[in-house]
Write a protein that binds this ligand. Structure first.
Ligand code: C2E
Ligand code: MG
Ligand code: MG
Length: 758
């Protein structure tokens, strides 16, 4: 069987794994991203701090170098030896050599009061004054600053004998590029320290010292501030990954940049923690996997139980076939695809014949086994080509798409044949048939309920036509169905009115002596005229109207016949009434109200009403018998003709069905059957009534066979109380029904009835 894609086909694990794995990867990615960002920010800040430290450190270095030069130049002796006279040896020793050897100055120059170079030293050795050439431009820049400071200085006064420092330093320093080599250039005004010797004129000599910013100088800085790979790098070679500090000239223009490999404390920390972190991550991953697996298992269970609930809600528990809800859902999905003769849909309604009898005779477990086996057979018969559902009770629905008229009929025949075959159950072999109604839908826009209704109407027709029939839906059938509904509505209105009346058909003994009557219901419809009870009684049974109808029958029959002294009155009772709890009590109440003697009345029940083991029916029959009513088994021979039923319910009378009497003389079989029934009745000491006796030949045969009582058109037709039989045959004696005398309640009997409840 092809089931539609009703459930989500993807496995729950797959549905959950994706999002959960995505979540885990996303979370890890986010953690990595945030960590990287934080590490970078932390290290960036550390580098910026280092850059500030280098900026400041370099400024300190300049100050220290200035101080070194100032120590040599701000000295009474320097004024004496450089200004008052020019002592080159003094200059060699105290400036050129000293500053080179102890502080790494490569060039030292002395400029006199008129800014002319008067001394030069290179590498600690006296040199040609031309050595100042490369430093001239940069040196004069500094010189002008120093001269400005000199001009602004208060006049120096002699302070012989004083220990006080006479002046504060007047100097300036900068980084300069000479031939691509960076130098720290410092210019310092020659000044006295104790003021014992004062400059000769307004201007004093100036000492200009240059210290190359070479590896040695950088090492000092690097060692002091723990900088790695510190280098003076040309501006065009600067890299973004390094720390950098710009060295600027007098005008603020960047000349060169100090670069170094910055410390990355966060990265270092991360490297240090890499192993423990990795271990932690592995542990976390393992825990996450466990949690994920656990969650998946729980989620799988949840999804499975949800799927099971969904399945249970849409499937029949007994056959495991789709149920009515699913069927409607399926039809709702598939019907819109129907489009003309090329895309048709066939809806088949299948109903088991005699299912009720199986249930009643073998019990409900046997009925269940039959239903289960039927579901299986339907699946096997329809194979994959159809959708099979249990519609309810013993009714199944098969749906086929894109199928032609001939194929549907062929399928229906196959189903009919399959379901007619014997079913082997734990309760023995069961043999039933089925009726099938189908509708071929080829127009779009048909609703599921309408599609099922059509097939159901056809099924109803099939059942109506007898067992094991296949009927195709025709639009006229719908009209018939509607007529039925209309009739039902009209019957509902007729109950309680005088449209419904009782007719009485006489019964005679072997001497043709009138012994009783069968009360038969008549419906005189104001427009349709007489409507047969064979039409409206089954309708009333199906719709439940029989309960109200039956009550009215009891009231009318008891009331009308209360005074028919010696005649026995038979009243037909439906199986539906008998299955009703409290039915016997209801009969008792009505009987008591009418003041009748129950011993003069018999309840005609059909054989099928007594089949099975319905305890309510059994209780009602027992109570009716206790009260005094006789029980007659109507239409005997048409059902199971079960001996056990006759004994179990202590039936008083059996009525041979009209059809058997009508068949008399048509063959040996019919005659033998009737003779058998009569013999059985006599053997069990039961009265046997033959119904439908229409001619003398039948009468003679029945009398010869030993039948006790007779009913039929030969003897008298049913007639309304007080109305002479219009249709009585010429041969039928005109039976005058007893006239109803004013009612005299039989008080004593009524009291007695009330004391024997059901
Ligand atoms: P039934 O109980 O077997 O009633 C006998 C039927 O046979 C009656 O049909 C009666 O008119 C008919 N009949 C009598 N003599 C002859 C004859 O010589 N030839 C032929 N062909 N038929 C004869 P009716 O009145 O149409 O009732 C049909 C059935 O409707 C009854 O069958 C009974 O099952 C049901 N019915 C009638 N009245 C009531 C009622 O008050 N309550 C219930 N529950 N069912 C009723
Ligand atoms: Mg009857
Ligand atoms: Mg009958």
């Amino acid at each position: 069987m092809v089931l539609p894609a009703y459930e989500d086909p993807s496995h729950p694990r797959h549905r959950l794994f994706g999002p959960l794995a995505g979540l885990a990867v996303g979370a890890l990615g986010l953690i990595a991203l945030v960590s990287t960002f934080l590490i970078c920010r932390f290290d960036e800040n550390a580098t910026i701090r280092e850059e500030h430290i280098v900026d400041n450190g370099f400024a300190v270095m300049l100050t220290e170098l200035n101080d070194v030069v100032a120590t040599q130049v701000e000295w009474d002796s320097a004024v004496e030896e450089l200004d008052h006279r020019l002592n080159l040896d003094w200059a060699d020793f105290n400036l050129g050599s000293y500053l080179h050897v102890f502080h790494g100055f490569s060039h030292v120059f002395v400029l006199d009061a008129r800014d002319r170079v008067i001394y030069a030293s290179v590498g600690g050795e006296r040199a040609s004054l031309a050595a100042f050439g490369p430093f001239d431009q940069a040196g004069r820049g500094l010189l002008s600053q120093v001269r400005e400071g000199e001009a602004a200085r208060p006049p120096l006064l002699p302070r012989a004998g004083s220990n006080n420092i006479a002046v504060s330093s007047i100097q300036d320093s900068h980084v300069v590029l000479i031939g691509g080599q960076p130098f720290i250039l410092s210019a310092t005004l020659v000044q006295p320290d104790f003021g014992k010797v004062l400059p000769r004129s307004r201007h004093a000599p100036v000492v200009i010292a240059a210290k190359p910013l070479d590896a040695a100088a950088l090492k000092v800085l690097a060692d002091r501030y723990l900088l790695k790979d510190l280098a003076a790098t040309p501006l065009d070679q600067i890299k973004l990954t390094t720390g950098h500090s710009f060295l600027r000239d007098h005008f603020g223009k960047a000349l060169i940049v100090l670069t170094w490999t910055p410390q990355r404390p966060a990265l270092m920390l991360l490297k240090g923690l890499a192993v423990p972190l990795l271990l932690l991550l592995i542990v976390l991953a393992l825990v996450a996997v466990r949690v994920l697996r656990g969650s998946l298992a729980i989620a799988s269970e949840l999804v499975a139980s949800e799927a099971k609930s969904k399945h249970d809600a849409t499937h029949d528990a007994l056959t495991r076939l789709p149920n009515r809800a699913y069927l409607f859902d399926y039809l709702g999905q598939q019907l819109p695809r129907v489009a003309g003769p090329e895309r048709t849909m066939a809806v088949l309604c299948i109903d088991l014949d005699r299912f009720k009898e199986v249930n009643d005779t073998l019990g409900h477990p046997a009925g269940d086994a039959l239903i289960e086996a039927t579901g299986l057979r339907l699946l096997q018969t329809c194979a994959d080509a159809a959708f099979v559902a249990r519609y309810g009770g013993d009714e199944f629905v098969v749906i086929c798409e894109q199928i032609g008229e001939a194929e549907v009929y062929e399928l229906a025949n196959r189903i009919g044949a399959a379901l007619t075959e014997q079913v082997m159950t734990g309760f023995g072999h069961i043999e039933v048939g089925c009726s099938i109604g189908y509708a071929l839908i080829d127009e779009p826009g048909v609703e599921p309920s309408e599609a099922l209704h059509r097939a159901d109407v056809a099924l109803y027709r099939a059942k109506d036509a007898g067992r094991q029939k296949i009927v195709r839906f025709e639009p006229e059938m719908d009209q018939a169905m509607k007529n039925r509904r209309l009739l039902e509505a009209e019957l509902r209105l007729a109950i309680g009115t005088d449209q419904l009346r009782m007719a009485y058909q006489p019964q005679f003994d072997r001497e043709r002596k009138l012994v009783g009557f069968e009360a038969l219901l008549r419906w005189h419809h104001p427009e349709r005229g007489e409507i047969s009870p064979s039409v409206f009684v089954p309708l009333a049974e199906e719709t439940g109207l029989i309960l109200a109808l039956g009550e009215q029958v009891l009231r009318m029959a008891f009331a009308e016949t209360a005074q028919w002294q010696s005649a026995v009155i038979a009243i037909n009772v439906s199986a539906v009434q008998l299955r009703r709890r409290g039915f016997a009590a209801q009969v008792l109440r009505i009987a008591a109200a009418a003041g009748i003697d129950p011993r003069r009345y018999e309840m005609e029940v059909t054989e099928t009403a007594l089949l099975g083991d319905d305890p309510v029916t059994a209780g009602n029959i027992a109570a009716l018998k206790r009260i005094g009513f006789l029980i007659a088994l109507d239409d005997f021979g048409t059902g199971f003709s079960s001996l056990s039923v006759l004994q179990r319910f202590s039936v008083d009378k059996i009525k041979i069905d009209c059809s058997f009497v009508a068949a008399l003389g048509t063959g040996r079989e019919a005659d033998t059957l009737i003779d058998g029934i009569i013999k059985l009745g006599r053997a069990l000491d039961l009265s046997v009534v033959a119904e439908g006796v229409e001619n003398e030949r039948q009468w003679d045969h029945l009398v010869d066979a030993g039948c006790h009582l007779f009913q039929g058109y030969l003897l008298g037709r049913p007639q309304l109380a007080g109305v002479p039989s219009a249709g009585a045959s010429a041969s039928a004696p005109a039976i005058k029904l007893p006239v109803r005398s004013p009612r005299q309640p039989q008080v004593a009997e009524a009291r007695q009835l009330r004391t024997s409840p059901s």
